[in-house]
Design a protein around this ligand. Structure first.
Ligand SMILES: C[S@@+](CC[C@H](N)C(=O)[O-])C[C@H]1O[C@@H](n2cnc3c(N)ncnc32)[C@H](O)[C@@H]1O
Length: 240
């Protein structure tokens, strides 16, 4: 769970660069395929950057996140976008979406594989026939660890970070926030590295066609540090 203090750090640290790049590449990908989704849902939307990009390109974008602090920041960014606080494991809205996304390794925050499977089954229910589910997961070979480092956020706020691999398939980001030298918050963001082959087989079992699982969203872009997975919900069983 991202606390309100951590959400503020996340928003100011510069992690928003990732959904900005992802969003621009996604728009190019849609354009090249001549796809014009009318609606989208971003799971684990964080500060709402991807929703903003899709919304300003004519898509009726919506987002959800487990963290009330992230949703608060997202709503401030654009009050016209529909956001809700929910757990993507049980999230299953009645409305269908032409495009469902989940980026910035939000799915790696789900450690239990049976929960991942449940998410896919639910996403399949609320993706429009012919619609796309596009997401990323950490690429084990690209996950780095780091020595502790510190940054000044303001004259009074200092933030300390360290990335470790406590277990072979685990990544832990430890964050400490100091206000005027006093420890205000210590948070561990634990992520699980998933095997892309297992993830793709879960997608197929849930009824999706896996169109690609590669280290870049656009064939002609530089490779990324994650796996990008593009899954499509067939129009009918005969299409699968
Ligand atoms: C690394 S951030 C990525 C945010 C955003 N997608 C981006 O690319 O900037 C991961 C997000 O996933 C959210 N998250 C983690 N577990 C979740 C869950 N079970 N349901 C919904 N959101 C979740 C966190 O609250 C956090 O905002």
């Amino acid at each position: 769970m991202y606390s309100d203090v951590f959400c503020k750090v996340y928003n100011e640290f510069g992690w928003n660069y990732y959904p900005e790049i992802f969003g621009q590449q996604l728009l190019t990908w849609l354009q090249r395929r001549n796809l014009r989704p009318k609606s989208s849902m971003d799971l684990g939307c964080g500060t709402g950057i991807l929703c903003n990009i899709l919304h300003s390109n004519g898509i009726c974008a919506a987002g959800m996140d487990f963290s009330a602090g992230m949703i608060e920041i997202a709503k401030q960014g654009n009050p016209d976008i529909s956001y809700e606080v929910a757990d993507m494991v049980s999230f299953c809205p009645d409305t269908n979406f032409d495009l469902v996304t989940c980026t910035g390794d939000a799915l790696n925050h789900i450690s239990n594989l049976s929960d991942v499977k449940r998410i896919f089954e639910n996403v399949h229910r609320y993706t429009s026939p012919g619609g796309y589910f596009i997401f990323d997961i950490l690429n084990e070979h690209e996950v780095s660890t780091s020595e502790p480092f510190e940054m000044d956020f303001s004259e009074t706020t200092r933030v300390w970070f360290q990335m470790t691999r406590p277990e072979i398939n685990q990544v832990n980001l430890k964050v400490r926030v100091f206000e005027s030298g006093q420890l205000q918050l210590e948070e561990n963001i634990r992520e699980t590295i998933h095997d892309p082959a297992v993830i793709c087989s879960f997608l197929q079992q849930s009824g999706f066609i896996v169109e690609s699982c590669t280290d870049r969203l656009l064939e002609d872009s530089n490779h990324g540090t994650t796996w990008f997975i593009i899954a499509r919900k067939p129009y009918s069983i005969a299409d699968s």
